[in-house]
Structure formats: C-alpha cells, structure tokens
Design a protein around this ligand. Structure first.
Ligand code: SAH
Ligand code: AVI
Length: 328
C-alpha cells in the first residue's frame, strides 16, 4: 500500500485508507534486538505479512482451532443483545480487524455511523475493505494500516457520535497483561467517558484442548510460526534454514498462556544483515504468547484500566467470552 493516504469513493458510503506504518527499519531493529536477548524472542505482530495473514485465516478453519468458531457462534446467538449494548449508530473502531468477517455481523446489527478497521496487514485490510464495500455500500469505512502497540491516530470525528472499540479474536491475549493494560488505557482515552468496548477473550480451559488448538494435525500453525523466519529471510536478507527449526507450542499453566517457540534442531549460526546469531541445539526463539483469562481475571484487568465490565457473553460450549465494557 502506498505510504500516502488514499481515497476511494462508492455511490453512498466511502472508503478512506490512512497509513501509520511500521517502517522496514523498525522490523530490522526489532528482529536484531529480539535475537540478542538471552531468551531469543520476536514480536508476534510480524507474523502478518500477506502469507501470514492467509495462514492465519487457514488456522481459523481448522477443526482443532475452536476460538474462531466459538466466537462466531456467540456473535450469531447474541447479536441483538450485543448491538443493543453497543448502541445503534455508534462509530465503530476495530483493532486487529483481519478479514473483518465477525464485524459483518456487528455492522449489520449496529449500522454504525462509520467503521474504522485498524490492521498491521495491508493485504488483509484491503481485501476486507473491498468485501465490506460490496456488502455495505452505505458504510463509511476509514481503514487504518498501522500498529496498535504504537501511538496511532484513528480518523474518527467526534461528530460521528458515541465511540465503540471492537477487539475480537482474543488478539488481546497476544499482549502481556502489562501491554494489555496499556492498550486498554489507550482505548479508554479514545472512547471517552461513557464510550464502550467489546473485547473477545479466550477462556482458561483443559490444557489438552489448548494444546490441540496450537498443534494442529495438518501443521498449519507450524507453517504460520515458521513463516516468520521466511519473512525475515525475504525482507531482511537473512539466511534462516527453515528445516533446522521446529514449531513448539505448549500451555504454561503458571503464566496462564500458550507459548509458541521455534526450536533450533542443531547448533548453528544465522546471519541477519551484518549481524550473526549463534544457536545451540534445543535453543528456542519465543514467538508468541496467547494468554487465557478467567471472566473475573479479565474484568479485573479492564477495571484497572478504567473500564467497568457490564456484560459478558459466552458461546454455547463455554469456551470463549465477549466482554461488554463501559468507560467508567
Ligand atoms: N479480528 C480477526 C483477526 C484476528 S488475528 C479475528 O477475530 O479473526 C489478529 C489480527 O491482528 C491480524 O489481522 C493481524 O494482522 C492484526 N495485528 C496483530 N498485531 C497487530 C498490531 N500490533 N497492530 C495492528 N494489527 C495487528
Ligand atoms: C490472533 N491470535 C489471537 C491467535 C491466537 O490464538 O493467539 C494467533 C494464533 N497463533 C497460533 N494460532 C493462532
């Protein structure tokens, strides 16, 4: 996507793209800093290049990956109540919107005054915006290509009415509790007093169910994890040999999170530009956390960031939650 803002019009609604991009330099700096840590680590936001976004969508279709199906079931079953909570005509801001498929249900029920999807993946954002334009020609779309872990301007005029932030998919679980707290404080400021937030949060559950969801039989999650190294090779001229790394995901009960790692299968060195990194056999790169919350645990986190938990909806199997928060 071009760095300058683009504007496209449709007969009734309109789509505006604005870019608040992660520059290539930050990617290089984050990779070098992460691989220099005693426990090597890479930020999960870099999973989502065009291939990574497609692989994530394939994960959502896997039989083992229950979160997407559960959140859809929840949304379909309770959409009337959810829309009443969010209030018709509000301005809707969505973080980590991806394919925006869950948002279709919400937009239909809510008829927001405007919709601002924010995503780090330009491809996912463009495809989602094109689909939304076809399905909701009346909708004003203000797509923002940007990183929600950095200060970000969302072009939503106050005249658009009450603001509601939508953060589905348990993407909040990919932030540490401290990062999630900072993110919620940022959105608290953005919605203002009386504004609301809808947050999809995966629940703590049997570790075997969690293990299967992040270790699928077809190896799609492994491909998603390894694609991060392929992306570093492609965009930063590194020389990771993908066959020498293995996907490893497990539930850490003490921390209440799934951890994803890439484990070096041999003693080896890897070059990223002028930097060289040594791996011993069995050493890992920590690539993602996916925190799981109890209902009360998430409400306490939201409360500490200035939100009151007013509503919580669960899917019929009780695997996934959607929290309705109001800025206190
Ligand atoms: N909301 C969708 C997609 C969830 S996947 C769903 O519920 O299915 C996580 C999404 O967040 C991806 O589309 C990814 O590109 C985006 N994302 C991850 N980290 C991000 C960041 N730091 N800033 C903006 N978007 C981010
Ligand atoms: C986007 N996020 C909520 C997913 C998750 O479940 O943590 C990303 C993912 N990682 C592996 N599988 C899916």
């Amino acid at each position: 996507m071009a760095r300058s803002a683009r504007r496209r019009s449709s007969p009734l609604g309109e789509t505006r793209f604005s870019v608040s991009l992660v520059p290539a330099e930050s990617f290089r700096e984050d990779v070098i800093a992460g691989l220099s840590l005693p426990q090597k680590a890479l930020p999960p936001k870099y999973f989502y290049d065009a291939r990574g976004s497609r692989l994530f969508e394939a994960i959502c279709r896997l039989k083992e990956y229950y979160p997407t199906r559960s959140e859809f079931a929840l949304m379909r079953g309770r959409i009337g109540e959810i829309a009443r909570f969010a209030r018709q005509g509000s301005a809707l801001i969505e973080y980590g919107s991806g394919d925006s498929r869950k948002s279709h249900l919400l937009i239909e029920a809510l008829r927001p005054s405007a919709y601002a999807p924010v995503d780090i993946s330009a491809d996912a954002l463009q495809q989602a915006s094109a689909r939304l334009r076809r399905r909701f020609p009346w909708l004003e779309i203000r797509a923002v290509h940007g990183d929600f872990t950095q200060p970000l301007k969302v072009p939503m005029a106050p005249s658009r009415g009450r603001r509601v932030v939508y953060f589905p998919g348990s993407t909040i679980g990919n932030l540490t509790p401290e990062e999630a707290h900072a993110f919620l404080r940022m959105t608290r400021g953005q919605v203002g007093p009386g504004g609301a937030m809808l947050v999809g949060v995966d629940l703590k559950k049997d570790a075997n169910v969690l293990h299967a969801a992040y270790n699928d039989a077809k190896g799609v999650t492994a491909a998603f994890n390894l694609n991060l190294l392929a992306r570093i090779n492609r965009e930063l001229g590194a020389d990771f040999r993908l066959r020498r790394f293995r996907h490893y995901a497990f539930y850490n009960p003490a921390r209440g999170r799934i951890e994803m790692h890439l484990v070096s299968l041999a003693r080896q060195t890897v070059n990223v530009g002028n930097y060289r990194f040594a791996f011993v056999e069995g050493e890992s790169i920590h690539t993602e956390n996916s925190y799981k919350y109890s209902i009360e645990g998430f409400r306490a986190l939201a409360r500490s960031a200035g939100f009151t938990g007013k509503k919580v909806w669960l899917d019929p199997r009780g695997l996934f939650s959607l929290h309705g928060l109001v800025a206190s």
